[in-house]
Design a protein around this ligand. Structure first.
Ligand SMILES: CC(C)(COP(=O)(O)OP(=O)(O)OC[C@H]1O[C@@H](n2cnc3c(N)ncnc32)[C@H](O)[C@@H]1OP(=O)(O)O)[C@@H](O)C(=O)NCCC(=O)NCCS
Length: 182
C-alpha cells in the first residue's frame, strides 16, 4: 500500500486485480462514456498493464478501507524527470462507489504520494470542457486552470480540445536526485 487516508487507501494496480477491475469497468460504462475507455476484458487488461512496466506510468487503485472495494483508479502517466519533474493524471471512479467523495480523497492521497514519495514537482490533468464532474474534482483539489489545448487528445474517435489544469508541489519540497543542480 502506498498511502492511507481516513476512508481510502492507495495501492499499485497489479495483475491480480484483473477480474475485479474488468467487472467494475463493465459496470461503469455509462459513467465513463465518452470521457474514458478502460480495459474491460482480461485480454485488454493484460495489454494495458504493459504500460506500467518501465516506470514511465504508474497505475493505482483507490480502495475503500472499510469494505476493501475498489472505488476507482488513478494513473500517473508520462512521468518525465530532468528539468520537468512532472506527470499527467488520468482517473475514473467505478459506478458502484461514485459520488461518495472517495475519488477526491484518493486523488488527495495521490498528490501526496506524487509530490513526497516520487518527488514530482508538477501534475497536470487535461479535461474536456464539458466534463463537469472532472472539472469540479480538480478544483476541489486545488489545481489551477492554465488554458485550452486544441485537439489535444484522441478520445472517443476524435481529437478533442482539453482544458489544462495543473498543480505544483507544496513547499518545502525535496527534489528528486535527477533534478539538475543549476
Ligand atoms: C470525474 C470522476 C472521477 C469524479 O468521481 P466522483 O466519484 O464523482 O468523485 P467524488 O465522489 O470524490 O466527488 C464527487 C461528489 O462527491 C461529493 N461527496 C459526497 N460525499 C462526500 C464526502 N464524504 N467527502 C467529500 N465529498 C463527498 C462531493 O461533494 C461531490 O459532489 P458534487 O459533485 O455533487 O458537488 C467521475 O465522474 C468519473 O469517473 N468520470 C468518468 C471518467 C472521467 O471523466 N475521468 C476524468 C477524465 S479527465
Amino acid at each position: 500500500m502506498l498511502r492511507m487516508s481516513p476512508r481510502v487507501e492507495l495501492s499499485p494496480l497489479t495483475l491480480s486485480d484483473q477480474d475485479e477491475f474488468c467487472t467494475l469497468v463493465r459496470a461503469s460504462t455509462e459513467l465513463h462514456r465518452p470521457w474514458m475507455q478502460l480495459p474491460a476484458t482480461p485480454e485488454e487488461f493484460q495489454v494495458w498493464m504493459r504500460r506500467f512496466e518501465d516506470g514511465t506510468n504508474q497505475g493505482l487503485l483507490v480502495r475503500v478501507r472499510e469494505t476493501g472495494e475498489a472505488a476507482g483508479m488513478v494513473n500517473i502517466n508520462s512521468i518525465i524527470r530532468g528539468r520537468y519533474q512532472g506527470a499527467s493524471l488520468g482517473y475514473a471512479a467505478f459506478a458502484p462507489s461514485a459520488g461518495y467523495g472517495y475519488m477526491t480523497e484518493g486523488l488527495t492521497a495521490t498528490l501526496q504520494y506524487a509530490f513526497t514519495d516520487l518527488r514530482l514537482h508538477r501534475l497536470e490533468a487535461n479535461i474536456q470542457p464539458a466534463n463537469k464532474a472532472s472539472l469540479a474534482l480538480v478544483q476541489r483539489l486545488g489545481f489551477h486552470y492554465e488554458g485550452v489545448s486544441p485537439a489535444y487528445l484522441y478520445i472517443d474517435g476524435g481529437w478533442r480540445d482539453h482544458e489544462r489544469w495543473a498543480i505544483t508541489a507544496p513547499s518545502p519540497w525535496t527534489p528528486d536526485p535527477s533534478l539538475p543542480e543549476v
